[in-house]
Design a protein around this ligand. Sequence first.
Ligand SMILES: [Zn+2]
Ligand SMILES: [Zn+2]
Length: 123
Amino acid sequence: MTQRKSYSGSCLCHKVQFKISEPFHYCATCHCSICRRQTGGDMTSWLGVSKKRFDITKGIESIKHFTSSPGTDRAFCKECGSSLFWLSKDHQNTISVTLNSIHDNDDISPEKALFIEDKAHWS
Ligand SMILES: [Zn+2]
Ligand SMILES: [Zn+2]
């Protein structure tokens, strides 16, 4: 059997900590205006994984949720504001986690870019 690698992650203030493990569903950068506004970056890299492969190990009470569009819920740390993950009613089995919140992620890279047409004009 193939060894499935797991990673730990956290928000900037480390109040929220989690574990995430392979196999991943997708890894993509998103240039949409909602991700850009939420994270403050020109794009956001997301790692999608089955909900059962993502566990909050610490600080669940520090997570705040925001409904950014009907059926889509974005979660962030209410202490430091770090974007953590989003969930959609349309993809019930997948949770998309910010790649930047995952520690030691050198061996994970986005394989596609989403909403390039919505890219910031300067990027
Ligand atoms: Zn935090
Ligand atoms: Zn987006």
